[in-house]
Design a binder for this molecule. Structure first.
Ligand code: KG4
Ligand code: ZN
Length: 356
């Protein structure tokens, strides 16, 4: 059965819509980013995000349908990211998806956003020439601004969490390190660029290991270490903390060294836990990664090397499919639609992920 699914994404600060056929062919992938609206606050402001989604959702949907050269009548189902995320933001996409499903008399399929990130690397590759069944079981890694977790994936819809961050997400650590260096939000891509000019061994930043067998991540120690390197020793008088200096006191080569050393530590923290996870998965056939930080040059290169060393296929998503997008939701929803596993119009948004 051929399927054509319209996906809608509004969980955080991207309003996105996409049309995906048969779970892999990306006919369109429209993304309206709100980065400019949140930049001056140094992070995503939920109220501003919700309002911007309301304004942008219809233009983005029109864009996705026009790019795919199809009409609403050609759509077999509407998929929407209904969890996890900012609740006011999610509600906009869920309400739009349910209204479309109701008027078109088509099913709505609620998709877990984090689960969908794992599917991004399976898009855009024709399963007739490369069977996706041969990729499972897979070790899945989601690295984004809100999530850092690993999963055992036995099939596109069979996913179990192996471990996750106990404090900051890796993207959050990137964004905070960037802010400490005086770079605008979101700082991940800027650190990645600045790191190209620096010495990754200039600073020996900590790589959290946690317990011997732990598959969880921690980035708070790394963040604190970067803060002290940039600003010097803190002193506390009358409950006010002051530092020896600010990022303005560093020159560009010093900043580049910090960015490169931070990137090296973050990459090692991620791959260390992936190696541990793979040691527990001798049957693994591949590595699937997704989330905004899967666009990072050092993390991509390290994971390709890890895959080569372990004889595993690595599915790196296309750059525009790393960040929040609706194509990953529509692609994953295909596997539900073909099994007649759809939701009804009582579908609700939830801030929490359902994957355990
Ligand atoms: O998946 P995503 O678009 O949204 C969330 O679900 O969080 O990820 C956004 C995150 C931000 O923290 C951003 O700084 C980070 O991904 N990011 C990067 C890179 N590109 C985006 N971090 C490091 N290197 C990059 N090249
Ligand atoms: Zn995301």
């Amino acid at each position: 059965m051929t399927t054509r699914i319209l996906g809608i994404e509004s969980s955080c600060d991207e309003t996105a819509a996409a049309v995906v056929e048969d779970g892999w062919r990306v006919r369109s992938n429209a993304i309206a980013s709100q980065h400019d609206l949140h930049a001056e606050y140094g992070g995503v402001v939920p109220e501003i995000a919700s309002r911007a989604h309301v304004e942008r959702i219809i233009p983005v949907l029109r864009h996705a349908l026009a790019d795919a050269e199809c009409n609403l009548d050609d759509i077999d189902a509407v998929a929407v990211g209904h969890r996890p995320g900012l609740i006011g933001a999610l509600i906009v996409g869920v309400a739009a998806a349910k209204a479309l499903a109701f008027t078109l008399n088509r099913p709505v399929i609620g998709v877990d956003h984090v689960h969908a990130h794992l599917y991004a690397g399976l898009l855009d590759r024709d399963p007739a020439s490369e069977s996706i069944d041969a990729l499972f079981p897979a070790l899945g890694l989601v690295v984004s601004g809100g999530h850092t977790a690993m999963y055992r994936c036995d099939a596109p819809l069979e996913v179990r969490r192996l471990g996750s961050t106990i404090d900051d997400a890796v993207g959050e650590a990137y964004d905070k390190a960037a802010m400490m260096l005086g770079l605008p939000h979101p700082g991940g891509p800027r650190i990645d660029r600045l790191a190209q000019q620096g010495d990754p061994k200039a600073h020996d930043f900590p790589v959290s290991r946690l317990d011997r067998d732990s598959l969880d991540f921690s980035f708070s120690g790394l963040k604190t270490s970067v803060l002290y390197t940039i600003r010097g020793k803190p002193t506390r008088t009358n409950n006010i903390t002051t530092f020896e200096r600010d990022h303005d006191d560093l020159d560009e080569p010093q900043k580049a060294d910090i960015a490169a050393s931070f990137q090296r530590a973050a990459t090692r923290a991620v791959t260390l836990k992936m190696k541990r996870a793979l040691d527990t998965m001798p049957d693994a056939k591949s590595i699937l990664i997704g989330g905004g930080v899967s666009a990072n040059s050092a993390i991509r290169a390290a994971i390709v090397t890890l895959g080569q060393n372990r004889g595993l296929e690595v599915r790196l998503p296309r750059m525009d499919l790393c960040m929040d997008n609706a194509a990953m939701l529509a692609g994953l929803a295909h596997h539900r639609l073909v099994n007649d596993d759809v939701d009804d119009l009582s579908l609700a948004a939830s801030p929490m992920s359902a994957i355990t």
